[in-house]
Design a binder for this molecule. Structure first.
Ligand SMILES: Cc1cc2nc3c(=O)[nH]c(=O)nc-3n(C[C@H](O)[C@H](O)[C@H](O)COP(=O)(O)OP(=O)(O)OC[C@H]3O[C@@H](n4cnc5c(N)ncnc54)[C@H](O)[C@@H]3O)c2cc1C
Length: 482
């Protein structure tokens, strides 16, 4: 980045790109988003975000940041039908087969479809002075001059609707927010620069999702039910109440264990989950839509902070930097926290901004990455390094989860960490740990190790990073996109 802050260009106008643009608009005269999709005028799923058809929860920390960046967003979402409620009182969290004690935690959650969230955030961002969007247009690569990125090459128009025209957008700063399929590693290589190392946890998650009508009294008025996998039954389920008086219900498993796409088969599948709520919801009503599936091959982390040669003027954010097993619901919250990190880096000036940004967000990503990786590595079929600290922490988290079933205060502490509101170290304080070990005994036997649950917690890591599998780039493909 130069000292000039005339124009920033953001590649990709999904959640991470929009959040980055929001922050960039504070310091750049002009911020241009470039998006491949023809952006819809209504909150409907779109081709470039196939995961948008599946349940999306936002962690409590993410809700806080969204509310900070977009004042009164929660009220606006609620006015569009989103279901706002308490994260502990109104949600049934099943972790390792234990139902967390329900009581108010004072953290707000929102139940809504992913397209509604993006639609409202996009409306807010595009209303900011100096922010515009070029869509549909493909970002084709970056312009490199004297070791720094000075613009993006784009192809305007819809690639399936005829010839595209090429163009260059000059920029003082370019942010890649094009998601898991980001071409930045390949582009770096094409310029004779090193690619970032990549860490991967191969989870092979299969999602099958249905939308169902919601009736008064469903789940006793609770607004969501999240059922984590266990080692004995490595399958998850999620039911979120969303706008339009609907439930969005997803279920699936690890390493290709997919829930069927016929209703009878899906009903049988959810009957095998460690809790019965989803079964109750899907057994007595017809869905409002066909099912949708998604294959998420691996949690993937690109280690840009380790590169010794990287052009200034270019940053990478969101899923393009790290994407996590979706059952932990972390992606949007991490993108929001990266936007706050970007704000801090911009405030400190232009000098070595890429290096400072990647180092800062690497520390930020450590926590959710360890949570997701730790939880996933409890599942025997998931491959990856099971270091001693991961095994010890998983055994301890199993006891925290068990104690959460009998002690609402333990559940609260656990949820604050799982929602990225508190650091994991809080669960290790001696008095808290002693109470956990005592209470866990009253919750019945602990099945150790315990499956990831959409709310696992990782051990605070020593500064040296675990040797993870370095593998080549891969892109998951939705199995079916209707
Ligand atoms: C099944 C599933 C469920 C999930 N559930 C949750 C959840 O419950 N909670 C949560 O927080 N997160 C969840 N996530 C993750 C979440 O969807 C992402 O973390 C979040 O959308 C941020 O992604 P992003 O903006 O970085 O990338 P994406 O959402 O993938 O967006 C990338 C954007 O870039 C555009 N693009 C791509 N290439 C180009 C190009 N060359 N030129 C121009 N534009 C381009 C695309 O069209 C798209 O708009 C889930 C993910 C999956 C797969």
């Amino acid at each position: 980045m130069t000292d000039s802050r005339t124009r920033a260009v953001v590649a990709g106008a999904s959640m991470a790109g929009l959040l980055a643009a929001r922050v960039l608009s504070e310091t750049f005269d002009r911020v241009t988003l470039v998006e491949r999709d023809d952006l819809p005028a209504e909150p409907v799923p779109r081709r470039g975000v196939p995961q948008g058809r599946h349940p999306h929860g936002v962690l409590a920390r993410g809700v806080q940041v969204l509310d900070e960046l977009f004042p009164a967003l929660l009220e606006e979402l609620a006015a569009h039908g989103a279901v706002v409620g308490d994260m502990q009182q109104d949600v049934r969290w099943y972790v390792d087969g234990h139902l967390l004690r329900q009581q108010p935690i004072g953290m707000q959650g929102i139940g809504l479809t992913r397209p509604l969230l993006e639609d409202r955030v996009r409306a807010r961002v595009l209303a900011l002075p100096g922010v515009d969007v070029v869509a549909p247009a493909d970002v084709d690569g970056f312009v490199l001059a004297d070791g720094r990125v000075t613009g993006v090459r784009i192809r305007r128009g819809n690639r399936s609707a005829g010839p595209q025209t090429t163009d260059v957008l000059p920029a003082d700063l370019v942010v890649d927010a094009t998601g898991r399929g980001s071409h930045t590693p390949a582009w770096l290589e094409s310029q004779g620069l090193p690619r970032p190392a990549e860490e991967r946890i191969d989870v092979g998650m299969r999602y099958t999702t249905w939308v169902l009508p919601r009736r008064p009294g469903d789940l006793g008025g609770d607004r969501a039910c999240l059922i984590g996998a266990t080692v004995a039954r490595p399958r998850f389920g999620a039911a979120l109440s969303v706008e339009g008086d609907r439930w969005i219900v997803g279920a699936g498993g690890y390493r290709g264990d997919a829930a069927p796409t016929d209703l009878a088969g899906f009903r049988d599948y959810v009957a095998t989950l460690p809790a019965s709520e989803l079964c109750e919801l899907v057994s007595d009503r017809e869905p409002v839509d066909d099912p949708h599936t998604y294959h998420f091959a691996s949690s993937t982390r690109r280690r840009y902070e380790q590169l010794t040669r990287f052009p200034d003027g270019l940053l990478v954010t969101g899923d393009a930097l790290s994407s996590f097993n979706p059952v932990y619901g972390q992606g949007i919250t991490v993108a929001a926290l990266e936007a706050l990190a970007l704000r801090k880096v911009l405030a400190a000036g232009a000098d070595r901004s890429a290096r400072r940004f990647f180092r800062r967000v690497a520390r930020l990503i450590d926590v959710p990455w360890d949570m997701a990786a730790g939880g996933d590595l409890r599942i025997p079929s998931v491959s990856g390094p099971r270091l001693l600290r991961v095994r010890v922490m998983n055994a301890y988290v199993a006891r925290v989860q068990a104690a959460s079933a009998v002690d609402a205060a333990v559940g609260r502490a656990f949820l604050l960490v799982a929602n990225l509101t508190d650091p994991p170290q809080k669960l290790l304080r001696p008095r808290f740990a002693a109470s956990v070990l005592l209470k866990a005994r009253h919750a019945g036997p602990v099945a150790a190790p315990v499956a990831g649950s959409g709310s696992a917690v990782g051990l605070p890591r020593p500064r040296e990073v675990s040797p993870a599998e370095a593998v080549g780039a891969e892109h998951d493909r939705p199995l079916r996109e209707r």
